[in-house]
Design a protein around this ligand. Structure first.
Ligand code: IFM
Length: 451
């Protein structure tokens, strides 16, 4: 993208993102408690090659060098997550000072390098002790989450620019409790919907405490959203795409923005719908300051005559490019999604909190020529730029991810980083995409200071 064409606001955040379990390692150090991902990874057949986040990128020990790397890249924001089991090893009760101090140092380290901290409170590493009590299926978890949010926001306060309560509740609920592909590995639709309800309730219940502790910070949530598009013009396929939109997007957007679950999806789920208590939906719809959008691909679907709701069949496009995750590279979907959010939901400032791609990288002479990732990044930044030009209030972009890391059920087989990690030596190597992003940010910042 030529920098002349770009219309990114002057104070736009140019960031990179990670999450605690995916990069920290040090799972048995400084009195961290076990998380559901430690348990899940240790269960035979759950994670590729039996891998786990036990060492990951060893960021817990190498965080200062990783912050230096970010500074070298020129990013002005960093999205990280705090690990609940590091801070409250039992999920509730005593706070582990050593765990909390790690994030205290991290935040000061970022600020000292001119990088704005963006903190996610829950990126899937639930303390195992809470899972033992039913995890997200037990309504008591809502109070536990509020206590945890209170502890973190009291400590980090207004030093953090923005707090997201949850990362991708669809994944926690659907992959964790609906299909069992993620921890805790339960496969039951009704349970996944109950978990989703408690996740949303925990989000809404924590907001007032977070605002009290960090009144100058912005508070919101991060959702993974997919434009659901029909594979043909047939009425059946159009209806299928609408159903999928209910399943992925509106099941979360409607309660958060409209205080209700979508009627079509509620009817579609039949007996599996969650139990609600009076006032829940009002709590969930508590005002937020921003919406975090994670975008990777669109969902192209056709009607499926039978099967469980939402009864759709995924369709692939013969000539399209797909990433190593099997996700179509479709930047137009990001513009479409942002315009749709702007049109259909209360208009809130938006951060693109994740966007990125996994490709098979080759390290050769200390270089990784990842042209496919570079092109993905460039074309998606163009898509954001286009949405801004059409009036959407996007305030920042976080590339997923700063560095290669533990990709959940795929272990270390999928590399999303701008920075290559040699897991044997923990050496970090800037890929071509990182060099390009760094240069792009610099050009944007120069443009911003020109008269
Ligand atoms: O690695 C994940 C991240 O934890 C959540 N969003 C999607 C990424 C890529 O799959």
């Amino acid at each position: 993208m030529s920098s002349k064409k770009a219309s990114f606001p002057q104070d736009f955040l140019w960031g990179v993102a990670t999450s605690s379990y995916q990069i920290e390692g040090a799972v048995n150090e400084d009195e961290r408690g076990p998380s559901i991902w430690d348990t899940f990874s240790a269960t035979l057949g759950k994670v590729h090659n039996g891998e786990s986040g036990a060492i990951a990128c060893d960021h817990y020990h190498r965080w200062e060098a990783d912050l230096d790397l970010m500074q070298k890249l020129g990013v002005n924001a960093y999205r990280f997550s705090t690990a609940w089991p590091r801070i409250m090893p039992n999920g509730t009760g005593p706070v582990n000072k050593k765990g909390l101090d790690f994030y205290d140092r991290l935040v000061d380290g970022l600020l000292g390098r001119g990088i704005k901290p963006f903190c996610t409170l829950y990126h899937w590493d639930l303390p195992q002790t809470l899972e033992d009590k039913g995890g997200w299926l037990n309504r008591d978890i809502v109070a536990a989450f509020v206590d945890y949010a209170d502890v973190v926001t009291t400590k980090l306060g207004d030093r953090v620019l923005a707090y997201a309560t949850l990362n991708e509740p669809w994944c926690s609920a659907h992959l964790g409790y609906g299909t069992g592909h993620h921890a805790p590995g339960i496969a039951d639709t009704a349970k996944s919907l109950q978990a989703a309800h408690h996740l949303l309730l925990a989000h809404g219940s924590a907001l007032s405490v977070m605002r009290r502790n960090a009144p100058k910070a912005r508070h919101g949530i991060v959702l993974n959203l997919y434009p659901a598009q029909p594979a043909s013009d047939s009425a059946q396929d159009i209806a299928a795409a609408r159903r999928l939109d209910g399943f992925f997007n509106r099941w979360y957007l409607d309660p958060l923005f409209k205080g209700s679950y979508p009627e079509d999806a509620w009817a579609g789920y039949g007996e599996s719908v969650p139990s609600l208590q009076d006032g829940d939906l009002q709590t969930i719809a508590a005002p937020m300051d921003f919406l975090g959008v994670n975008y990777y691909t669109r969902s192209l679907v056709a009607d499926k005559e039978s099967g469980d709701w939402p009864r759709v069949r995924a369709v692939t496009v013969p000539d399209a490019e797909y990433t190593e995750m099997g996700w179509e590279v479709y930047p137009q979907g990001l513009t479409d999604l942002l315009l749709r959010l702007h049109k259909d939901f209360r208009s809130l400032p938006i951060f693109i909190t994740e966007n990125g791609s996994a490709f098979a990288d080759v390290l050769e002479n200390d270089r990784v020529h990842d042209s496919a990732r570079l092109h993905y990044l460039e074309s998606h930044l163009e898509a954001v730029n286009e949405a801004i030009a059409q009036g959407v209030d996007v305030r920042g972009y976080f590339a997923w991810s700063l560095m290669d890391n533990f990709e959940w059920g795929h272990g270390y087989a999928k590399r999303f980083g701008l920075v290559y990690v040699d897991y044997e030596t923990q050496k970090r190597v800037l890929k071509d995409s990182a060099r390009w992003y760094s240069d792009f940010i610099l050009r944007q910042q120069e443009r911003a200071v020109l008269p």
